[in-house]
Design a protein around this ligand. Structure first.
Ligand code: ADP
Length: 479
């Protein structure tokens, strides 16, 4: 396999941990080792940070056009290596190869998007409050950024932080998830080939995240944290950020409702549910978690969904036609099993799946459960696996109340053919993103992010660049 890097990128040097320690990256489909990478600690975190702080002084002085050229070249290299990157991604993460290729393109999209956006980081001239003064607002990079990313989108969750950071003139130190460091390192190697100067991007691999990230959180040199991951870790890092008052972008967990109204087109709803619920084997933060189905369509929809779910091919991601790969690791599988056991113990019915897949290992049979109730674990916790739990409701008001009965508010979906209802429900849902008659809504051109405990800030779109810029107000007096 190509593009496998076995060293971390620290301040322009490909390096081992000073301790000499390494950890194995496993293929979740087979359990076999792909490669071992450095198990870095505070020393490497410090070295990467120092290099980023130094590089910031020169990188911020480059023109937007120069930064744009580097980002564009980087995206081109990703696409030129799309197959190899996808194979590596599938090997360490498990998603079907077709989804991995899609992720490479999606991830490259953030680099090209921000290559363009960075050129339009206009400040402004404000009509002055005094005749003898002029007011100018300049946009400046926030400084060194620390990025901490999850395993479910090992490339895209990184490029959507790198893209705006570099476009704005920031430098960045990245700690990829311990399950998927190889994609991050391959990405860094392509960045180097694209002309990213030493120290502008570092990738510090570790299996002790707190040791590395703790150094960055404590340092006043890090001016911003961009984190994607669990709500609990996000809260912990938010507390740590308080001491040095860092800017924060947090993209945390969701518990997305997906509502199917009586007037929905069943075929569209089933297709949308499969896309939303079963993409990446149910392991995305925007996956539907609670499927709310109106009484009049419930039985027909449940039967159609179960039939479609039963037809999903469960196989290692690189196998032809694979639609469902393995879960990422044993704790992920344990959680899925716990949610299904809890639901069935409390009265849910299994229409399909409901157990480990015959392939064994980390494969779980894609599942549809009916008769879900709000006292079940799945109602309040994100399952992060291939389990569609169907709740029954009557009427729009009940649907909205159920949908909003959660502390999180990342994405929400609903299916209807009633135009007025579409506007009403979109407005009433407490979520940062809403898909109507569609199950996959992520794109670099639209602002991605959540409300309530799903996080702070937006990624992608023009909002995504603002997160990495400060506004400096300058008053020219005495005119
Ligand atoms: P997930 O459930 O997606 O694994 P986590 O929040 O545990 O969510 O992981 C997301 C990222 O946060 C990963 O890169 C992980 O290594 C990192 N992380 C986990 N715990 C900590 C911590 N205590 N301090 C800093 N980073 C952490």
């Amino acid at each position: 396999m190509q593009l496998v890097e076995r060293q971390a990128l620290i301040g322009g040097n490909w390096a081992d941990a000073t301790s000499g320690k390494r950890f194995a990256v496993l293929n979740p489909a087979s359990g076999s080792e792909i490669a071992a990478v450095p198990d870095c600690g505070p020393a490497e975190a410090q070295a990467a940070l120092k290099a980023a702080a130094t590089a910031f002084q020169s990188w911020r002085q480059t023109t937007a056009a120069q930064r744009s050229t580097v980002l564009r070249k980087w995206a081109e290299l990703m696409l030129a290596n799309q197959d190899e990157l996808a194979r590596l991604l599938t090997a360490e993460q498990g998603k079907p190869l077709s989804e991995a290729k899609g992720e490479v393109a999606y991830a490259a999209g953030f680099l090209t998007w921000f290559a363009d956006e960075g050129r339009r980081a206009h400040g402004g001239v404000v009509p002055s409050h005094r005749a003898d003064a002029r007011i100018v607002v300049m946009k400046e990079p926030v400084g060194v950024v620390a990025a901490v990313t999850p395993w479910n989108f090992p490339l895209a969750m990184i490029t959507r932080k790198i893209g705006p950071a570099l476009a704005a003139g920031c430098t960045i130190v990245i700690k990829p998830a311990e399950d998927t460091p190889l994609s991050a390192l391959a990405l860094a190697r392509l960045g180097e080939a694209a002309g990213v100067p030493a120290g502008v991007v570092s990738v510090v691999t570790t299996r002790s995240p707190a040791d590395v990230v703790g150094v960055w959180m404590a340092s006043p040199l890090v001016r911003k944290l961009s984190f994607t991951g669990s709500t609990n870790t996000g809260k912990l890092l938010m507390r740590q950020a308080a001491d040095t008052v860092k800017r924060l972008s947090l993209e945390l967990g969701g518990n997305a409702p997906l509502i199917v109204f009586d007037d929905a087109d069943i075929e569209v709803a089933v297709r949308g549910t499969i896309a939303s619920k079963f993409r990446n084997t149910g392991q995305t933060c925007v996956c539907a978690n609670r499927i709310l189905v109106e009484d009049g369509i419930y039985d027909r929809y449940a039967a159609a969904l179960a039939e479609a779910v039963a037809a999903l091919k469960v196989a290692p991601g690189e196998e032809d036609g694979a639609a469902q790969g393995p879960l990422i690791n044993q704790p992920a599988l344990d959680k899925v099993e716990r949610h299904v056991a809890d639901a069935t113990a409390k009265g849910a019915t299994v229409l399909t799946g409901g157990k480990a897949h015959a392939r064994g290992g980390l494969f779980y049979a894609p599942t549809v459960l009916t008769g879900m109730t709000s006292d079940m674990a799945l109602a309040s916790e994100e399952t992060f696996g291939p389990v569609a739990g169907l709740f029954r409701f009557e009427g729009e008001a009940e649907a909205i109340a159920l949908a909003n009965a959660t502390e999180t508010g990342l994405s929400a979906y609903f299916f209807t053919r009633d135009l007025a209802r579409a506007w009403r429900v979109a407005a009433a849902l407490e979520a940062g993103m809403v898909g109507i008659n569609e199950g996959v809504i992520s794109t670099e051109v639209a602002p991605f992010g959540g409300i309530k405990q799903s996080g702070l800030g937006r990624e992608g779109a023009s909002e995504g660049l603002d997160e990495y810029l400060e506004s400096k107000y300058v008053l020219f007096g005495g005119l």
